[in-house]
Design a protein around this ligand. Structure first.
Ligand code: DX5
Ligand code: ZN
Length: 215
């Protein structure tokens, strides 16, 4: 059972991105969480390939790319070329989820599936051995700094049980409203990776904030 932390670049200072990248490089964080939004799947637009290329150049830890876009299968190779280590698509955005997960693996990345707060975990039952990561959204996707949805803890527990029953090894990630107030509970429930944006970058000491949720 791992306890990985992935600070969300969405809350970084885009006027001085390199400084925040270097903070993460020098911290005890494990991955960079990178939120790509298209203004269609979610009511917000974040950033695209040029920003990812800059991240790729400076980041010394794996890029955990979370696609909040429709038809994510159209861009798999482009995200591979931008250095994505994990590529996560939304269950709600994929008509042919199994095919998309296969394509991500064939392209040489870890395949992830994200579930919106209203999507039950059992929809993953038939792809448990086709994914490397399952992401439980603990806020509605689109924005940083939202309030954690408590029900997410039960979803993590249920997913951990499904994983155990199936003998699968995928990682469970939680994204949205994560802080020192819920991190430990989430890890105990079975989460392996916690994403944190506002809690880390809104903290007076971001490195200490990373340590606080990792412990
Ligand atoms: C929300 C994004 C999150 C976001 C988390 O749609 O997927 O990764 O950056 O931010 P916080 O930790 O501030 O809720
Ligand atoms: Zn995210």
């Amino acid at each position: 059972m791992s306890r990985l932390i992935a600070p969300s670049v969405l809350s970084a200072d885009f006027g001085n991105l390199q400084k925040d990248i270097e903070m993460i490089n020098g911290s005890n964080a494990d991955w960079f969480h990178v939120d790509v939004m298209d203004g269609v799947f979610v009511p917000n637009i974040s950033f695209g390939f040029p920003v990812l290329k800059s991240l790729q150049k400076h980041a010394q830890k794996p890029l955990d790319v979370h696609l909040m876009i429709v038809q994510p299968e159209r861009y798999i190779q482009e995200f591979k070329d931008c250095g994505a280590h994990v590529l996560t698509v939304h269950y709600e955005a994929c008509t042919h989820l199994h095919r998309t997960l296969q394509a991500i693996r064939i392209a040489g990345m870890k395949a992830g599936v994200a579930l919106n707060p209203h999507t039950p975990v059992h929809v993953l039952e038939d792809v448990l051995n086709d994914l490397d990561l399952a992401l439980v959204m603990s806020v509605n996707p689109g924005f940083g700094g939202q309030k954690f949805i408590e029900r997410s803890i039960q979803k993590v527990q249920a997913l951990a049980q499904m994983r155990k029953d199936a003998g699968s090894t995928f990682l469970i990630e939680v994204d949205g409203g994560v802080s020192d107030a819920n991190a430990n509970q989430l890890f105990e429930a079975g989460a392996d990776v916690l994403v944190a944006g506002n809690y880390v970058f809104g903290h007076a000491n971001p490195m200490a904030a990373i340590d606080a949720i990792k412990k």
